[in-house]
Design a protein. Structure first.
Length: 340
């Protein structure tokens, strides 16, 4: 059995060919798609966060709105770039959204990836400490965020407060019990996956990672997952970790599917550079008739290793079509592979 959710990047563009022509379209359709996915029996609604782009940016209003409109589905991010975040304010936002959703938040965070502008986090008022990189800063923000999510008091109360305080040091409010165990780290390398395991974070592995061995993407990703699980076990954490992988998967079951994605039948992994010194491997898209698709996915080692699969959806094609995409996987593919 696997948990199966969708992952939306929340693109919008004022084009006549797009179903999301404004930020409002994207936000409102994201809520509607989460509701539709829950009705289909999907397990998760996840959203990517990008700044300075025509995509989803500030996630917590959206997560809270989805939480208020749904009852069962997990609600998360994949991922929030921690270089841009005030960890304490983020903890308050996350606690509020999680309480509205009844404890269903699954927050993916990371040190960040290349963005639309140069050093965009500087415009948000953040600077790496002396001798540190922006990646170090992102991880430092993440560690502080995780620390305050424990719900322990750390701030000395005013001796003459406006309102009565509980005894002792004060913590951030609202606090949502258990949220700390529902934080995921988006790891782009084996080393950062191991780091996440040591901190007790769940693992999100996307459709790209550092090309560390030259092997096919799914093989490298499976090795990353196994390294993460070994580090988790060595760290001695009490609970079992969760691991997700993301994939673009399209079952070609009607003429719309073939028109949109038929050209992806022969897709392969791609190699590129996400920075001047980082060679990355990008996982292939999957698009085929259901019988062919089932056999292709059966050979994907990383999907086999993960307990959660996030389906990246083409959100600009609208809610109705994306509901169809998700339903096709849940009904035509998942049962044959033992995911359901």
């Amino acid at each position: 059995m696997k948990k199966i959710g969708f992952l939306s990047f929340g693109h919008w563009t004022p084009s006549s060919q797009s179903q999301t022509r404004s930020a409002a379209d994207t936000l409102l359709q994201s809520i509607d798609l989460a509701v539709a996915a829950e009705e289909l029996g999907a397990d998760g609604a996840y959203f990517r966060v990008h700044h300075f782009a025509r995509q989803l940016a500030s996630p917590f209003p959206l997560l809270a709105a989805v939480g208020a409109r749904t009852k069962r589905i997990e609600i998360g991010t994949a991922v929030i770039d921690m270089r841009y975040e005030n960890p304490l304010y983020m903890a308050e936002d996350a606690g509020s959204a999680d309480l509205i959703a009844g404890g269903r938040l699954q927050l993916g965070i990371s040190r960040g990836s290349p963005e639309q502008v140069i050093d965009g986090w500087r415009h948000f008022g953040y600077r790496p400490a002396e001798g540190q990189s922006d990646a170090d800063m992102g991880r430092r923000h993440a560690e502080l965020f995780l620390d305050v999510l424990r719900g322990e008091g750390f701030a000395k109360p005013n001796p003459q407060p406006m309102f009565p305080n509980p005894p002792g040091l004060l913590r951030l409010e609202p606090h949502s019990e258990g949220l700390r165990e529902r934080i995921w780290w988006g790891a782009g390398s084996n080393a950062t996956a191991v780091w996440a395991a040591k901190l007790g974070l769940n693992l999100q592995s996307s459709t790209l990672k550092d090309d560390e061995t030259g092997e096919p993407f799914h093989v490298q990703q499976a090795k990353q997952i196994r390294a993460y699980r070994a580090a988790w076990k060595e760290a001695g954490h009490a609970r079992e970790p969760r691991v997700s992988v993301s994939r673009s998967i399209f079952a070609l079951v009607d003429d719309r599917d073939r028109a949109y994605f038929g050209h992806e039948r022969e897709a392969e992994d791609q190699i590129g550079f996400i920075s001047a010194n980082t060679r990355a491997i990008f996982g292939r898209n999957y698009a085929a008739e259901p019988d062919v698709l089932i056999e292709q996915l059966r050979k994907d080692e990383a999907i086999a290793e993960a307990d959660t699969l996030l389906l990246t959806v083409p959100n600009q094609l609208g809610v109705a079509y994306n509901t169809h995409v998700i339903e096709a996987i849940l009904t035509s593919i998942a049962p044959a592979l033992g995911w359901r």
